[in-house]
Design a protein around this ligand. Structure first.
Ligand code: KIV
Ligand code: NA
Length: 265
């Protein structure tokens, strides 16, 4: 298959073809999602929660994400692989941001990077883009600034709508090829989508955006406990695996496994 490039994102928006993305943190899920035709795979810093067992994304490091990104990049034949720049790897300025982006491109063979923030990150975005590295923006609820935002909250309500539009335009003007809108009201997300030339990718942003992104462990029902309102669970892998593990354990306890067909003469 022909590789997805940033120009595919632009064409998709112009032609009204929805863009699909999932997170992936390893080779096997990357292969499955790529072969199913998902357009881009995000090696999210949500690996903090879903791989490393942290409570938030804040402790995640570049050194932790690089091996996961490399595994995903090696697995795909079509999907565009986006490396998420973790907290503490770009905030101090454009040089630090470019340094981090280069590491993801060089050490992990990512195809693009993503970083959080609108106006506050425009210099970083523009420096990375100038070096020939595509950038996906991320505004609305930005988990890395959870403490600054005062918790897990919908962004862009009331007066926040104007700020969201300002941030979206800043990300576009800085040269990003797409922007993630996380947890924003559908109406505002639709308005941002209309105002922008680059595609908007929604995570809890309703139907009026150019693409949809989900955290794979949420969409496949792998995560234990509650998932956010915006998640539709397309499978219940956690219960499938739980049942499998119970069956294995019971069979070993009862002597039903291994049978002769699993044993060597
Ligand atoms: O890390 C992540 O999975 C993300 C998406 C939820 C946007 O940044
Ligand atoms: Na992220």
């Amino acid at each position: 298959p022909k590789r997805v490039r940033t120009r595919h994102f632009q064409n998709a928006k112009q032609q009204g073809i929805p863009i699909t993305g999932l997170t992936s943190y390893d080779m096997l899920t990357a292969q499955i999602f790529d072969q199913a035709g998902i357009d881009f795979l995000l090696v999210g810093d949500s690996a903090g929660n879903n791989v490393f067992g942290y409570e938030t994304t804040l402790p995640v490091t570049v050194d932790e994400l690089i091996p996961l990104t490399r595994a995903v990049a090696r697995a795909v034949t079509r999907a565009l692989v986006v490396a998420d720049m973790p907290f503490g790897s770009y905030e101090t300025g454009p040089s630090e941001a470019l340094h981090t982006a280069v590491r993801f491109m060089k050490e992990a063979q990512a195809h693009a990077v993503k970083l959080e923030g609108g106006v506050r990150s425009r210099k970083q975005i523009s420096r990375i883009v100038s070096a020939g590295i595509p950038v996906m923006g991320h505004i609305g609820f930005t988990p890395q600034s959870e403490h600054g935002l005062g918790g897990h909250m919908i962004q862009g309500r009331g007066a926040g709508a104007e700020q969201l539009i300002t941030d979206a335009l800043a990300v576009q003007d800085a040269g990003a090829f797409a922007v993630v809108l996380e947890m924003v009201p559908s109406g505002v997300a639709a308005e941002v989508t209309e105002r922008l030339e680059i595609p908007t990718i929604g995570v809890g942003a309703g139907p009026g955006v150019d693409g949809q992104l989900m955290v794979w462990t949420d969409f496949a029902g792998m995560t234990g406990g509650r998932v956010p309102r915006f998640v539709r669970q397309y499978a219940n892998l956690r219960s499938v695996l739980t049942d499998a593990v119970h069956s294995f354990k019971n069979d070993v306890d009862s002597g039903a496994y291994p049978g002769p067909e699993h044993s060597y003469e």
